[in-house]
Design a protein around this ligand. Sequence first.
Ligand SMILES: Nc1ncnc2c1ncn2[C@@H]1O[C@H](COP(=O)(O)OP(=O)(O)OP(=O)(O)O)[C@@H](O)[C@H]1O
Ligand SMILES: [Mg+2]
Length: 269
Amino acid sequence: MARSATLARADGSPGRDLLTLSGVSVAFGGIKALTAVSLAVAENRVTAVIGPNGAGKTSLFNVISGFYPADEGSVTFAGQDLLRCPAHRRSALGISRTFQNIALFPGMTVEENIKLGAHSQMRTGLFAAALYLGPARREEKAITQRIDQDILSLLDLREYRDRSVSGLPYGVQKRIELARALVSGPKLLMLDEPFAGMPAPEKAKMASYIRRIVGETDVTALLIDHDMESIMSMSDHIVVLNFGRVIAAGRPAEVQNDPAVVEAYLGGE
Ligand SMILES: Nc1ncnc2c1ncn2[C@@H]1O[C@H](COP(=O)(O)OP(=O)(O)OP(=O)(O)O)[C@@H](O)[C@H]1O
Ligand SMILES: [Mg+2]
């Protein structure tokens, strides 16, 4: 099938841990955003981080992306010490993320918006890209091919390829963001509140696209969301944070009935 040509396929094996955090702490002045957080993200699986407001979920993403430095602890990604790698190099290592709010260019086409996701990744650099020198041209061709052969059909976006983003339904725009995050060929896809602002049927659709990405390509998903129903139904593994600490972790059924989790949610809302 064409899709496997440029996106590596998942082989379905349980796999190793792609990302591990060990004893990670982050503080801002007196505020401890994360305290001794340890967790593992299994390769080719969906891991979700949940927790009440202010629990430290976004801080966790920011440490992994390199936006926040960790005061203590270690983060290992694909066998490498991530904290020694500068933030701007982490996407080249295979880490990609989406943000909570839609950040597309409305006047540009769907394909153009998706292509923007490749820029942090281009090896030839902006100078060569601007002059459109040979290597830049070859790289651009490979990116266009990946979009055309794999990503558009994976996310059912083919019919929108040449349409301007403005006016497309919200659910389609969220899928374009997903597509853009996939263009760099990441191993780890971090999704910040992918279900935010969606009615229930759209949430179910988004969940199935995320599962499809993880099931059909060699991508591991790590997501944050408040929507318990979506998280419970689609995740392989759930980590629960409260006041910057991991209070529970396990399969959905395990964490759902954990007294500490019930208490955190009832006490925190
Ligand atoms: N850049 C920052 N400067 C100061 N304090 C911060 C900063 N980032 C996070 N914090 C604090 O760290 C704690 C955890 O915040 P974080 O945004 O990680 O929580 P969250 O779980 O993402 O919450 P929400 O569900 O509301 O998005 C909060 O007390 C927050 O105020
Ligand atoms: Mg947050």
